[in-house]
Design a binder for this molecule. Structure first.
Ligand SMILES: Nc1ncnc2c1ncn2[C@@H]1O[C@H](COP(=O)(O)OP(=O)(O)OP(=O)(O)O)[C@@H](O)[C@H]1O
Ligand SMILES: [Mg+2]
Length: 237
C-alpha cells in the first residue's frame, strides 16, 4: 500500500469578502499524479498557494508527510520537500540557467548540487545546451522547463505544477507533458493544476474537478475522461 503524502481536510480561503475555497478536501498518495482541473477562477491556484503557505486557511487541516503544516512558513516547506512551480513560471531573469538551478537547491547540502544538475539535465537536455544563457532571454517553453528544473533541485517529495502548459504551442505542450510523465516514472509524486483537461486526465492517476471553490467531481483520470459532465464542460463534448 502506498503512503499518504498530502491530506487536505475542509480548508476555506478568502480574499477579503471573496470566498475562494469552500470546504475543500483531497489527498495525494506517494507515486501518484493527481490532477486538479477546472475553469478560470475555480480556485486551483489559490489551493496550491494555500498548500505552499502563501495563503492561509481559517479552518480544517493540511497534513504533509503526516505533519500539520498549516502554520509552517512557506520557506520552511521547501526544505521539507514541498515544491511549487507557480503560474507564469517566474525565473530569475538576470541569472543564467545554471545559476537559477543552483538557487533551487538552496535548502540542500552543497554536495547535492552537482548530482541535482545532472538529473535535471537528463530530463531537460535543452537546459543543458542553454546553461550559460541568461534566463530572461529563454523562450516561454524553456522558461517553463527551467522553473520545473529549479523546483526539482530541491529534491521534492511533492512537486506542485500550476498550469505548466499555459501559453505554449501544441508541440511544446506535448513535450512538457512528456517530461511530467518521465518525472513521475522516475519516482516524483505530482500535483498538477491544468486547464488542459484532456492532457492532464490522460496522465493522471486520479483527478479532482473544481468549480467556483468547490470540488465537485472526483475519480481516476480515466473515469473522468469518460464522465459525461466532464466531457461536456471541459473536453469539448
Ligand atoms: N489576490 C486576489 N484578490 C482577490 N481575489 C482573488 C485574488 N486572487 C484570486 N482571486 C479570486 O479567487 C478566485 C480563484 O482564483 P484562482 O486564481 O485560484 O483561480 P484558478 O482556478 O487558478 O483560475 P485560472 O485557471 O484562471 O488560473 C477567483 O474568483 C479570483 O478572481
Ligand atoms: Mg490559476
Amino acid at each position: 500500500m502506498s503512503s499518504r503524502i498530502l491530506s487536505v481536510e475542509d480548508i476555506n480561503v478568502y480574499y477579503g469578502a471573496i470566498h475562494a475555497i469552500k470546504d475543500v478536501s483531497f489527498q495525494v498518495d506517494e507515486g501518484e499524479i493527481v490532477a486538479l482541473i477546472g475553469a478560470n477562477g475555480a480556485g486551483k491556484s489559490t489551493t496550491l498557494k494555500t498548500l505552499s503557505g502563501l495563503l492561509r486557511s481559517q479552518t480544517g487541516s493540511i497534513e504533509f508527510l503526516g505533519e500539520n503544516i498549516m502554520h509552517v512558513p512557506a520557506d520552511k516547506l521547501v526544505a521539507r520537500g514541498l515544491a511549487h512551480v507557480p503560474e507564469g513560471r517566474r525565473v530569475f531573469a538576470q541569472m543564467t540557467v545554471e545559476e537559477n538551478l543552483q538557487m533551487g537547491a538552496y535548502t540542500r547540502p552543497a554536495s547535492e548540487i552537482e548530482p541535482g544538475l545532472e538529473r535535471v539535465y537528463t530530463h531537460f537536455p535543452r537546459l543543458q545546451e542553454r546553461r550559460r544563457q541568461v534566463a530572461g532571454t529563454l523562450s516561454g517553453g524553456e522558461q517553463q522547463m527551467l522553473a520545473m528544473g529549479r523546483a526539482l533541485m530541491s529534491s521534492p517529495k511533492l512537486l506542485m505544477l500550476d498550469e505548466p502548459s499555459m501559453g505554449l504551442a501544441p508541440i511544446l505542450i506535448e513535450q512538457i507533458f512528456q517530461i511530467v510523465k518521465e518525472l513521475h516514472e522516475a519516482g516524483t509524486t505530482i500535483l498538477l493544476v491544468e486547464q488542459n483537461a484532456q492532457m492532464a486526465l490522460s496522465i493522471a492517476s486520479r483527478a479532482y474537478v473544481m468549480e467556483t471553490g468547490n470540488i465537485t467531481i472526483t475519480g481516476t483520470g480515466d473515469e473522468l475522461l469518460h464522465n459525461d459532465e466532464v466531457r461536456k464542460a471541459y473536453l469539448g463534448g
